[in-house]
Design a protein around this ligand. Structure first.
Ligand SMILES: NC(=O)c1ccc[n+]([C@@H]2O[C@H](COP(=O)([O-])OP(=O)(O)OC[C@H]3O[C@@H](n4cnc5c(N)ncnc54)[C@H](OP(=O)(O)O)[C@@H]3O)[C@@H](O)[C@H]2O)c1
Length: 360
């Protein structure tokens, strides 16, 4: 890890797992961006097999030079001398053990959402990180989009729609679960299957960020009301209502595995107008439109920002800057916020009925 006042910091990544999100992540790390705030080196890839790891490099980052070293298994990544930080792209059920292994080897960690299966496990990981003195963050990439930062500013500082009182946010995917085997991360409860941890976490993010400027310990803790539609023990649809007793604000945060949400996935209602947010999914917003009270569809003011990749490089830049500055956690996604969101998810499952073996 090297940093100077003049050049952006360099961060050397070791990647654990070669599934979908890891492919997007390495592609974004390898993008050439004139406004990049860090230089990202993809030093090593760990996969269940050498062949799979090599095929991943060939398909997703064939032009990265020098090519990352590929290893069968993850242990070589935790202990690799050229790796500063381990990116964890395994299913949620493995995150705790992967994080603890990386931390124990003295590596910084960026771990995919949901960070762990429950809040108790997240606290254990953060305690280990604190003791070891390494940086750890949940990869809640959406929060790092400049568009999301701008939206929060307009809602909370500029108050462009007055007092926000209600939010609807949805992330639905048409996952055809019947076609998947029981070992799939979308079907296996031991891996954290179900829409709640997989996608409702994004709907919740919109509710939380729109209704309260504060996060983590500073935020007001909403009352949670939740229902889930279960198939076996996993949820195929979840609705989580956040209710803020001090103001009466509400967020209705939903997810389903049976229907793909249309482009407009969120509506934020205020005393002086409303905002709609659109994108391929609630995880990856591309634009929002602000309507003053009474304005028609054609009269709204649309905001958008360029996204030359998937949008995962913004969180990666933030992590590199934090580590260069000697920080152990990030202010946009601090440890307390990860724990708070997992406590909401725990409570939603307690009310809704989805259980994971780790709960017992
Ligand atoms: N897909 C998305 O859009 C997305 C977006 C944001 C976050 N995430 C999060 O990222 C994590 C991974 O999601 P994904 O969609 O990338 O999953 P995925 O495509 O199924 O890939 C998961 C990878 O984890 C490794 N793995 C190790 N043990 C496994 C097991 N028993 N079953 C399945 N995979 C196993 C495999 O890589 P190797 O064989 O190479 O070891 C596999 O390719 C999840 O926590 C998810 O919530 C996903």
């Amino acid at each position: 890890m090297a940093a100077s006042n003049k050049s952006p910091p360099t961060l050397r990544w070791g990647i654990i797992a070669t599934g979908q999100i890891s492919s997007w992540f390495v592609r974004d790390l390898s993008l050439s961006r004139s406004d990049a705030k860090a230089k990202h080196v993809i030093a090593a890839i760990g996969s269940s097999s050498q062949e799979k790891g090599e095929a991943f490099v060939k398909e997703w980052i064939p032009k990265v030079d020098p090519a990352p070293k590929v290893y069968a298994g993850y242990d070589n990544i935790y202990n690799h001398p050229d790796v500063d930080i381990v990116y964890i792209g395994t299913p949620h059920g493995f995150h705790k053990q992967n994080c603890l292994a990386a931390i124990s080897a003295g590596k910084h960690v960026l771990c995919e959402k949901a960070f762990t299966l429950n809040a108790r496990d997240a606290k254990e990981v953060f305690a280990a990180a604190k003791e070891k003195g390494v940086f750890v963050m949940e990869a809640l990439w959406t929060r790092f989009f400049p568009l999301v930062q701008e939206l929060q500013h307009l809602i909370h500082e500029e108050k462009v729609i007055g007092n926000v009182h209600r939010v609807f946010a949805d992330l639905g995917l048409d996952q055809d679960l019947a076609s998947l085997g029981p070992e799939s991360r979308l079907k296996n409860p031991a891996l954290g299957a179900g829409t709640l941890l997989d996608v409702c976490i994004y709907s919740l993010t919109w509710g939380l960020l729109s209704l309260d400027r504060n996060i983590g310990e500073a935020a007001e803790q909403p009352v949670i009301k939740a229902v889930q539609t279960l198939s076996d023990t996993i949820d195929v649809a979840s609705t989580v209502v956040l209710f803020y007793p001090s103001t009466g604000r509400q967020a209705i945060c939903t997810s389903t595995a049976m229907f793909r949400t249309p482009d407009v996935f969120c509506r934020i209602e205020g005393s002086e107008g409303h905002i709609t947010v659109e994108g391929v999914s609630a995880s990856c917003p591309s634009a929002f439109t602000v309507y003053s009270k009474g304005q028609s569809l054609s009269e709204g003011k649309r905001f958008t920002t360029p996204n030359p990749g998937f949008g995962l490089f913004w969180e990666a830049d933030a992590v590199a800057e934090d580590i260069a500055a000697g920080k152990k956690e990030n202010t946009i996604m601090p440890w307390a916020e990860t724990v708070r969101v997992l406590e909401i998810l725990d409570e939603a499952r307690r009310q809704g009925g989805a259980r994971f073996p780790v709960d017992d």
